[in-house]
Design a protein around this ligand. Structure first.
Ligand SMILES: [Zn+2]
Length: 281
């Protein structure tokens, strides 16, 4: 945070939270309290404006700026393991607006807009610790791979790519003047690009590969691991990917039982407690 004495005196932490990762996987490590907790500051007027800029959401820049301001003890937000992200964002919201998380939910039957309120403490209580998942997987042939969750940067890259891909597919579908061969070729290129990116992102989540007898020492080098990853079987690849996804899951349930205030219809709704609608109110 700033060294300006006026700002230092004015902005105080509103709450302290336990990170699901316990501060693991960050480099440099976040500065935690003596109890191992992270300080969360309320949003400033400027932060609130940032959270209301829908365009910025796509590049992750808004999330990054918000975390820099409200969780300044995390030196590099790009490094946040994504399983910590929802806990951090919910806590920032809680520090700024109180325990109630208000979300508008449309009834699928009568279209009534239900204004729902959830308790942030109840939601956060369900986040799980990464220690619940074994991060070392053993592949065929006894290769041992040590994994970590996706970082916020990885997630942003993936989101940008998905938006680009969707736009490209749309543009191809719309362009009547392209021959069928040209369309097939461009579709193919797009999918090869996304496949390469997926391998790249999974490679980012591999800390080391080891083999007791066939390797002299564990391999840490990113490029070596990436090249190897493109040469392993689907079974081994899927096992790695599944484990990375489990490690990246916050454990926070975003399905809520809703009962319509107008017509009484009951259903399970997926409520995205993410930047997208979560700060919109
Ligand atoms: Zn209804």
């Amino acid at each position: 945070m700033s060294n300006n004495p006026l700002i230092k005196a004015y902005r105080k932490p509103a709450l302290y939270i336990t990170l699901p990762s316990g501060g693991q996987y960050y480099d440099p490590k976040p500065t935690l309290s003596v109890d191992g907790e992270l300080a969360i500051y309320p949003m400033t007027a400027r932060d609130e404006l940032i959270t209301k800029t829908p365009d910025a959401l796509f590049n992750g820049e808004a999330t990054n700026t918000l975390i820099r301001s409200c969780a300044p003890d995390i030196q590099d937000p790009d490094q946040i393991p994504v399983n910590d992200l929802l806990t951090i964002l919910l806590s920032i919201r809680q520090a700024s607006y109180g325990d109630k998380v208000e979300v508008d939910i449309n009834c699928p039957q009568c279209k009534h807009i239900n204004q729902m309120a959830f308790d942030a403490n109840t939601i956060l209580a369900k986040s799980k610790s990464v220690e619940d998942v074994d991060r070392v997987v053993t592949l065929s042939g006894d290769f041992k791979v040590t994994l970590k969750p996706y970082s916020l940067k990885d997630r942003t890259i993936l989101q940008i790519q998905q938006v680009k891909q969707a736009k490209m597919v749309q543009a191809l579908t719309d362009s009547a003047d392209l021959s069928e061969e040209e369309q097939t070729e461009r579709f193919g290129k797009t999918f090869v690009e996304i496949a390469n990116l997926t391998v790249e992102l999974i490679a980012n989540c591999i800390e080391e590969v080891n083999h007791d007898t066939d390797l002299e020492e564990p391999v840490f080098d990113h490029d070596t691991i990436k090249e190897w990853l493109a040469n392993i079987t689907t079974n081994d690849y899927d096992l790695i990917k599944e484990t990375v996804e489990k490690l990246s899951d916050s454990g926070i349930n975003q399905m809520f039982k809703i009962s319509c205030q107008e017509c009484g219809h009951g259903w399970d709704a997926q409520v995205d407690l993410d930047m997208s609608n979560f700060f919109a109110g």
